[in-house]
Design a binder for this molecule. Structure first.
Ligand SMILES: [Zn+2]
Length: 180
């Protein structure tokens, strides 16, 4: 057996191991043990990570499903303003019993360790092109100044307004095809 160092995302599963049909629900709130993510935005070390998880004992192992809520911070990809936004992500993963086929996640004795799962799911949910607001105009190429200084993070322009303007250019296919 591997020597295990207890981790902050360990969930006790002694009651569930080899008891298919049993189920338990847990809620954790744990500070991120290190910075998560390498892009323009990331989860800072120490940032609270809330995890609601349901563990279900199944024949092959323990199925973990749930939801992660935390906040990322970093900079807008266009104007480099500091931004911080909530991120929410759902996950489902089977922690297999070690004696079965090799798997990314395994039940470890009497617990499952959600840390890698939670970290990877959270990092994947971070935007690659984060923006401070949907229509951020970026920086003035001449001066390097930010082009808008008026709106704070509280004001958002709905995406819908842009699509509404495009709709009038969309041909009506049904009408065209019915004409003889
Ligand atoms: Zn911006």
């Amino acid at each position: 057996m591997r020597k295990h160092r207890p981790g902050p995302f360990d969930i006790p599963a002694r009651d569930l191991v080899h008891h298919p049909g049993e189920m338990r629900e847990f809620t954790l709130e744990v500070p991120a043990p290190e910075k998560w993510g390498e892009g323009l935005v990331s989860i800072p070390e120490g940032s609270p990570v809330r995890v609601e998880v349901r563990l279900e004992s199944v024949h092959e192992g323990i199925l973990a499903s749930g939801r992660i809520e935390t906040d990322y911070s970093g900079v807008c990809g266009r104007c480099l303003t500091d931004i911080a936004e909530p991120v929410e992500v759902e996950f489902q993963e089977l922690f297999a019993y070690p004696e079965r086929e090799a798997s990314d996640f395994e039940v470890q004795d009497d617990h499952v360790d959600l840390e890698t799962l939670v970290r990877d799911a959270t990092v994947l949910a971070l935007p690659f092109q984060p923006v401070c607001q949907p229509d951020c105009p970026g920086l003035d190429p001449a001066t390097g100044e930010r082009l808008t200084a008026s709106t704070g993070s509280g004001q958002r322009v709905p995406l819908d307004s842009r699509w509404a303007a495009l709709e009038q250019f969309t041909p009506d296919h049904d009408e065209d095809s019915s004409r003889a």
